[in-house]
Design a protein around this ligand. Sequence first.
Ligand SMILES: [Fe+2]
Length: 424
Amino acid sequence: MHQSERMTGIAAPADPEGLALRFLNVRALTEALVARLSDADASLQSMDDASPAKWHLAHTTWFWETFLLREHAPGYRLHREDWAFLFNSYYEAEGARISRAARGMLSRPSLPEVLEWRGAVTAAMEPLLGNPALAGLIALGVAHEEQHIELLLTDIKHALFQNPLGAAMWPSAALTAIVPAAPLGWHTHPGGIALVGHQSEGFAFDNEGPRHRVLLEPFALADRLVTNGEWDAFIAAGGYADARLWLSDGWAWVQREKIDAPRYWRDAEHFTHQGWQARDPYAPVTHISFYEADAYASWAGARLPTEFEWEAIARGQDGAASAPAHHLACGNQLTCAGPVLPVGSPGLFGDCWQFTRSAYLPYPGFRPATGAVGEYNGKFMSGQVVLRGASCATVRGHSRPSYRNFFYPHQRWQFTGLRLAKDL
Ligand SMILES: [Fe+2]
């Protein structure tokens, strides 16, 4: 058996036609997003945490070529033997690679060359799409490319932000139809033993299992996200200058980095994929760190939820179903190649990933898959915090109640936000 077939913990989806369609859709969506970018735009790397859009296009293609075509397409020859060195991300089992910080040095291959490679790999994949033995691996590849779509959007936002003229990926749109946020309500939970982790049929990442029991005390979870206007009040109250509100690491970070507002804020505006825009005070606040989320919760007399509290409320919900409170072309999760921004939603999913106070750790009985794909999640379980839900840049259908996103506590270039919790 080849390494990539030993994928313990990754369930295969039951619907091969649906999977083939999702494969073709995700390939097309990635390319539709970069249609807005020049080769120069797509080659920018603005920080070590972010990758050039062109690199995302190429890396996702390397993934299909390495784990599917090379292993399972008879007679397949790699498009370019030497490109694995450029486009392997972190798979030690797949050999040496350029440093992450050097991805912005790749003026070549050009964007057209990478797009040509993508076309060839997409076409070569088509005979494999109906093979039930490969369904688990193909589902992993689709989910992987969906994750890179989200990173592509957040990375290019960070790159375009560096341009003093506020370069926009899409034309600006006037802020219309501001809808006041609903008063804050609460989902209550009586506590008790809850079953958490992935429990249904269908694909899930290995880090979502095994399912297991946890003990919850009675708690409440807010029925909407904290808004920009509420964050303005936190700033006006001196929240960023009051050490009592902050975790020690967070206070050190605020002082060292001179943080006094969410990322991309400037006066009453914020930077978006459409350039500088007026902030909607009723839209969810985003681009905050774990430290900021925790400090805000303390200031508000509340706390962050644990990941299991969040999941207990979300249990049984369809992560793809939540609808935005007011209409935007691409909704509060990503459904098309258009500008994304949190708009506010009555559901648990969409707009912003939500910080929990839970460390990103393995569940009881967790075993990473053997082989290269076993490097996907398990080796990152150190020093990061779990976020739940989905964001406006998450491909709709990607997330679910057991889904665990994770970032380091200081990072905030993702669409991160918060939902308050409290003890009952
Ligand atoms: Fe990747």
